[in-house]
Design a protein around this ligand. Structure first.
Ligand code: UDP
Length: 477
């Protein structure tokens, strides 16, 4: 019998493709043949890394399926969620992904792998795997805490018991008392009527229950009570194998995650090398959130008022014809020794891992949050959409390594409320200087140590991945 062969099929979105690549690499370096399925225009996310891993002797490959953009009413070439420009394109994107079941099955038929790890957004993948008699594992891409909170919100619907949008309620039956308002929960959970996404959420849930189990990018020591709750109370079969970003040990691997960075890695490191330890705050809102001009303006003023040094990633101004009206007059000139603006894509893990970085303003996407935890930096939490408001609670109230910017409302692509510069400046100061900052930094450094240990030989995540591979090998026999 040849090597165990696992096929990975992530959602076409950077926040799903990036960790899936890391997971596929982890499997490959443990002697498993790993194949990633993606669409032609997304292959570049994987190529270099797959080639490097393959050259080092682990077996990795990529297969592509065409993305039916036009058939689903999307512009030609729109193959990734970060290319969506308005909320009303989301149903089309979802429709396109639903058309991928046939092409996936043709690949499974041809390559006959031993297991399929498919994204939570592909509920039909469980049925596809079953047709070929192989187990399907689900990859959600979020924390245990968010998985538990989402499930209890779905089961008990506490948001329906409040009489106004800003009245608070508790997420029921969790180990901690977590307070939210209706405005902070995802739209499909807020709505009285059943939305399209609510229907998809139900099929994702059913598909997970019928699948072999799930992989979680987290580590046991970080959210022990929630890892136990997910397994023991919610009765899920699950393997925790993270933080998966820690598999990127070389400079090249850290610098080249996702897209080609908009700044030369050496230039970026040179800038950071000149700064004192823990003296720079890094601001980035992931791959999808795009703030409007007024919000960017407030961030700029807030950063200037905070008096802190910063690296700020802005997904605007990447192409020359976009105006720079979001920058206050003379801002870059005044900030030239203090701040670096990266327009486009930043080498995030490389930056976070640098000693000079001592804080992170994040939208609480789970990858970014866990990368911040792995780097041992306290955070200013600024959730926007998806399960980010839950991740905020984990960081600020359970782990206590961050403070909230005070975002009030769940948004999708169009962020409608503005956080004012004063609030931003104060939050940045609180995580960077003063008593709170030191306490949070010390706790964050402890989690960093635990994260590293978890992925080393004998650590909780390392062992759980070995257990999973062992179990899949037995299943094959
Ligand atoms: N990322 C990056 N450079 C950027 C923006 C994002 O490397 O300029 C990476 C980041 O390190 C993370 C992923 O993209 O791994 C974003 O995932 P996350 O879950 O944080 O947020 P999403 O983009 O899904 O909202």
């Amino acid at each position: 019998m040849g090597k165990l062969h696992v096929v990975f099929f992530p959602l076409m979105a950077p926040g799903h493709m990036i960790p899936t690549l890391d997971i596929a690499k982890l499997f490959a370096t443990r002697g498993v043949k790993s194949t990633i399925i993606t669409t032609p225009l997304n292959a570049h996310y994987f190529t270099k890394s797959v080639e490097r891993t393959d050259q080092l002797g682990s077996q990795m490959g990529i297969l592509t399926v065409d993305f039916p953009a036009a058939a689903a009413g999307l512009p030609e070439g729109c193959e990734s969620l970060d290319q969506i420009t308005s909320d009303d394109m989301i149903p089309n994107f979802s429709k396109a992904t639903a058309m991928l079941q046939g092409p996936l099955e043709r690949i499974l038929d041809k390559v006959r792998p031993d297991c399929l790890v498919a994204d939570m957004f592909f509920p039909w993948a469980t049925e596809a795997a079953a047709k070929f008699g192989i187990p399907r594992l689900v990859f959600h891409g979020t924390s245990f805490f968010a998985l538990c909170a989402t499930e209890n919100m779905r089961l008990y619907k506490p948001q329906r018991e409040v009489s106004s949008d800003d009245e608070t309620f508790f997420v029921p039956r969790l180990p901690h008392q977590i307070k939210l308002t209706k405005m902070q929960v995802p739209e499909h959970e807020r709505s009285e009527s059943e939305t399209d996404f609510a229907r998809i959420a139900v099929s994702m849930e059913e598909s997970e229950l019928l699948s072999y189990g799930a992989i979680v990018n987290s580590f046991y020591e970080l959210e022990t009570e929630y890892a136990d709750y997910y397994r023991d109370v919610l009765k899920r079969r699950v393997w925790h194998i993270g933080p998966v970003s820690l598999c990127n040990r070389e400079l090249e691997d850290k610098a080249q995650r996702g897209k080609e960075a908009s700044i030369d890695k050496h230039e970026c490191l040179k800038w950071l090398d000149l700064k004192k330890p823990n003296s720079v705050i890094y601001i980035c809102f992931g791959s999808v959130v795009k703030f409007d001009v007024s919000q960017l303006y407030e961030i700029a003023i807030g950063l200037e008022c905070s008096g802190q040094q910063f690296i700020w990633v802005v997904r605007r101004g990447e192409n020359e014809n976009e105006s720079e009206e979001w920058l206050p007059e003379g801002f870059e000139e005044r900030m030239k020794d203090k701040g670096l603006i990266i327009r486009g894509w930043a080498p995030q893990v490389l930056i976070l891992d640098h000693d000079a970085v001592g804080g992170f303003v994040t939208h609480c996407g789970w990858n970014s949050t866990l990368e911040g935890i792995s780097a041992g930096v306290p955070m200013v939490t600024w959730p926007v959409f998806a399960e980010q408001f839950y991740n905020e609670k984990l960081v600020t109230e359970i782990l206590r390594i961050g403070i909230s910017i005070g975002a009030l409302k769940w948004n999708f692509f169009t962020v409608s409320d503005v956080v004012m510069s004063e609030q931003i400046g104060k939050a940045v100061q609180r995580v960077m200087v003063g008593e709170d900052a030191e306490v949070m930094m010390n706790r964050a450094k402890e989690f960093k140590k635990m994260a590293k240990k978890a992925v080393e030989e004998g650590g909780s995540s390392h062992t759980n991945l070995n257990d999973l591979i062992h179990e899949l090998s037995s299943y094959r026999v």
